[in-house]
Design a protein around this ligand. Structure first.
Ligand SMILES: [Zn+2]
Length: 389
């Protein structure tokens, strides 16, 4: 049975111990300051005699330290304090936030996850009102600012009955209880600071239904710093004050929608004129007059409108390509021209690794390849050969 030094002193980062047995991937010590995975809190990392401890897990009453290389005999252990402090801040912040939600709106915490970026609690309520989220966040921070004492210790189930536990304790032997003066009292085996002030700051960063995302301590500072940088960036791009960002983005979005509509209408009109011009100037190849044209910065929609305009007149074939974003190809013919364009399109699209389809008289497609000119050439040659022109 490994003696767990972190229960008595969660701030202990250096300790001496002895290897009592080896496991396939690590060692069990007689005593340790390394916290194993459990209770929603991830394991510590650090070193044993300078060898990296990459995992820590419980095996019955023992704690297995997963090590990068074998270690034996007497060992000096060092726990990565940055990581432990971060976990203590998130975990204890969760206790405070959970109790705050109970006090503010009666919402119990059903589960807790300490993530690598943010942590979450799942509340036993369908959803929580924004005003309650704010009140709970404020209350949790008030308890942090008051720097209240945090006590922890083991109790028999009988002794535990007299304690104001937030949830009923698990059945069994001794129960470890973590108690914040006049606030949260929970059965918990995690590592907790001695005073609430060590949590630093509790910040709710998002709510989805009953799931509350939050960050505490140094993570809160980093998160707030990231938010401030985003806000400064948005203010510079929008040339506006902080409080006007949302309204300014809204206006910009509305303007963009309106501009896109106007652009689409203008392109349709332009395509109509270009169709007439191209049809009039198209050289005759005997049986048909063929328009072959590659457009830069035009997409499949434009090609479709243009092709439709060209084939309004009899005896026309349109072989059109565009390079706006993805490469696109459109093939079309007038009703009186007898050729199925679909197989031609497939051969042309092979040149740009594309896909597409349509009707015998009108089909189009697109791909990632850049040689749209090559695709159009293939299409023109196939069509003229097919028509015997
Ligand atoms: Zn806990």
């Amino acid at each position: 049975m490994t003696e767990r030094l972190y229960y008595d002193d969660p701030y202990l980062t250096r300790f001496e111990a002895r290897v009592v047995r080896a496991t396939p991937d690590g060692v069990v010590l007689d005593r340790t300051a390394f916290y194993p995975d459990g209770g929603g809190q991830p394991h510590d990392t650090g070193t044993l005699n300078g060898v990296a401890v990459v995992g820590v897990r419980e095996e019955g009453d023992d704690i297995v330290h997963v090590v990068a290389q074998p270690v034996e005999g007497e060992v000096s252990g060092v726990v990565d304090w940055e990581r432990r402090r971060d976990h203590m801040q998130q975990h204890h912040g969760q206790h405070l936030l959970s109790e705050a939600f109970v006090r503010v709106c009666g919402a119990e915490t059903e589960s807790f996850h300490l993530g690598s970026e943010t942590s979450t609690i799942e509340l036993g309520a369908a959803k929580v009102a924004p005003v309650d989220v704010e009140r709970a966040e404020t209350l949790a921070n008030m308890v942090v600012f008051e720097n209240r004492a945090v006590e922890s210790g083991f109790f028999t189930p009988e002794e535990a009955k007299g304690r104001p536990l937030r949830k009923p304790p698990p059945a069994g032997g001794r129960i470890r209880i973590v108690h914040v003066a006049d606030f949260d009292c929970s059965a918990c085996c995690g590592t907790h600071p001695r005073r609430t002030g060590d949590v630093g700051f509790v910040m709710v960063v998002g709510v989805e239904g009953s799931r509350v995302h939050f960050v505490c301590g140094l993570r809160g500072l980093k998160y707030a710093r990231g938010n401030a940088a985003s806000v400064r960036g948005a203010m510079a791009k929008l040339s506006c004050a902080r409080e006007d960002i949302v309204a300014s983005v809204g206006r910009t979005q509305e303007e963009l929608v309106a501009a896109r509509k106007r652009l689409a209408a203008a392109e349709r009109a332009l395509a109509g004129y270009q169709a007439k011009e191209l049809a009039a100037a198209a050289p005759s190849t005997g049986k048909v007059r063929l328009v072959e044209r590659l457009f830069e910065e035009k997409d499949g929609k434009f090609l479709q409108v243009l092709a439709n305009g060209i084939i309004e007149q009899p005896g026309m074939v349109a072989v059109l390509g565009g390079t706006g974003g993805a490469s696109s190809v459109a093939l079309a013919r007038s009703k009186d021209v007898a050729i199925d364009l679909r197989p031609v399109l497939q051969e042309a699209l092979a040149a740009i690794g594309g896909k597409g389809g349509g009707a015998p008289h009108f089909c189009q497609g697109g791909g990632e390849g850049k040689d749209v000119g090559g695709a159009l050439r293939i299409a023109r040659e196939k069509i003229l050969a097919n028509l015997g022109a």
